[in-house]
Each structure stands twice: as structure tokens, then as C-alpha cells.
Ligand binder design. Structure first.
Ligand code: CA
Ligand code: CA
Ligand code: CA
Length: 229
């Protein structure tokens, strides 16, 4: 006797959360509405550009370093004698498997004035950009496994940009961190497969013959009823 299985459909559902995005500083073109990957109008000699909003000036997460020219350049920066800009992304959780960081930079000239020393959670990053004078450029970093592990160990990402070995003037518009961790797939409780017997044709014939015999026997055993009409 053949067995036909009833296929149980397993519906997969997912926790389809959108990628979380964290941002330090506002994407306002260095406070002067300068488009991305364009040219700025900063004055690298008087360094008088400060496009910070009131919130940026008061910030403590690193936003106070955005929209200034040149950030942490002693003698020119609004930050006095500071030489290291620190940006702090907190509350990131410990689940990261993939992520990227986008930083909108202006006027980086590493070959001419030296590369700044940058690190993500203490892990060195390549900031030897040669975008050129007056040029703005959005740079994107794919977070390495080491950086992801450091985020998962601490729940934060601390970015340091140290200009002690650089005399370059530059600006920073904003930093945007994106969590690209794949959403977790949730499997519903498994539905067990059910097997039902399916009669073969000869079984049908035997069944029909049996029913016919029963019907014949039944009719023979019924006595006519005189209804008197
Ligand atoms: Ca601003
Ligand atoms: Ca420069
Ligand atoms: Ca900005």
C-alpha cells in the first residue's frame, strides 16, 4: 500500500529589524551646506570657520569636534591646545557581526602634512587620505573582526583622531555608524509530518464489492410492509 505524505509547510519568519544607525554630528555640510565630495571654502590660514550648532558646542560625545576647521590644531582650533579628537558611540550592545563607519572629512593632505593617527577602540586605522586642499570626501570603513569583537566586549566604539604627527588642517562634518548585523531568524515550532494510507485501486474494488454484498443481503432481509393502501 502506497503511503502519501502530507507536506507540512514550515513558515519561516524573521525578526526583520532595520539596520541601526548611530550618528555623531549633523550632516549639514560642515555647518556651511557644503555638498559631499565637493570643495569647501575654509580658510586654512586664519582657520576661522566654526559651523557648530549650540548642541555641538555643548556635546560630550565628540560632536563638539565636528564642523570646525581645523579641529584639535593648537593655535587655530576652538579647542585650545587639544590635539586628539575623541568620538564616543555608546550603548551599542554586544551582538555585532558586521558594521560600517562613514566619516565625512574635508581637506585631508596626508602626503604633504602627515597622516593623523586614528584608531577604533584602540585598533589602528589607515587615515592617510590625500583628498587635497578644499576637497571634501566621505570615507567609509568596513569594521574589521577585531573592531567588531571590541564592540562586543565593551558595547561601545571609541574613535580617536590624533594629530600630533600631522600639521594638516582638516574638517569633520559627521560620523555615521551602521549596524549591519543580520537579523536573527526565528524558527516556529516544527510541525510533524503526518502520513495517511491511500487505498490502491484493487482495494477500492474490494470495498465496492463488499458494499454491494451488504446491500444485497440487507434488501433480502427486508420483508415487504403492508401499508394497507
Ligand atoms: Ca553643524
Ligand atoms: Ca588640509
Ligand atoms: Ca556637520
Amino acid at each position: 500500500m502506497r503511503i502519501v505524505s502530507i507536506l507540512a509547510l514550515l513558515a519561516l519568519t524573521s525578526g526583520s529589524a532595520a539596520a541601526a544607525v548611530y550618528q555623531i554630528g549633523d550632516n549639514d555640510g560642515y555647518g556651511a551646506a557644503i555638498c559631499d565630495n565637493c570643495s569647501h571654502s575654509f580658510d586654512g590660514f586664519s582657520a576661522d570657520h566654526d559651523g557648530r550648532s549650540a548642541a555641538e558646542k555643548l556635546a560630550t560625545d565628540g560632536a563638539q569636534y565636528t564642523d570646525t576647521y581645523s579641529t584639535t590644531h593648537p593655535g587655530f582650533s576652538p579647542h585650545g591646545l587639544e590635539t586628539v579628537a575623541t568620538f564616543h558611540f555608546g550603548g551599542l550592545g554586544t551582538h555585532w557581526t558586521s558594521g560600517k563607519l562613514e566619516i565625512d572629512l574635508a581637506d585631508f593632505q596626508a602626503s604633504e602634512f602627515g597622516a593623523v593617527a586614528a584608531a577604533f577602540n584602540g585598533i589602528t586605522q589607515d587615515f592617510a587620505f590625500d583628498d587635497g586642499y578644499t576637497k571634501t570626501a566621505v570615507h567609509s570603513f568596513v569594521l574589521s573582526d577585531a573592531v567588531l569583537n571590541s564592540i562586543n566586549a565593551t558595547g561601545e566604539l571609541i574613535i580617536t583622531i590624533d594629530r600630533n604627527n600631522s600639521s594638516d588642517f582638516y574638517g569633520i562634518d559627521y560620523l555615521k555608524l551602521t549596524d549591519l548585523t543580520e537579523p536573527v531568524m526565528f524558527m516556529p515550532p516544527r510541525i510533524e509530518t503526518v502520513a495517511l494510507p491511500v487505498p490502491e485501486p484493487e482495494t477500492y474494488l474490494m470495498l465496492l464489492a463488499g458494499l454491494a454484498l451488504l446491500s444485497f443481503t440487507y434488501r433480502r432481509n427486508i420483508k415487504p410492509v403492508n401499508l394497507g393502501i
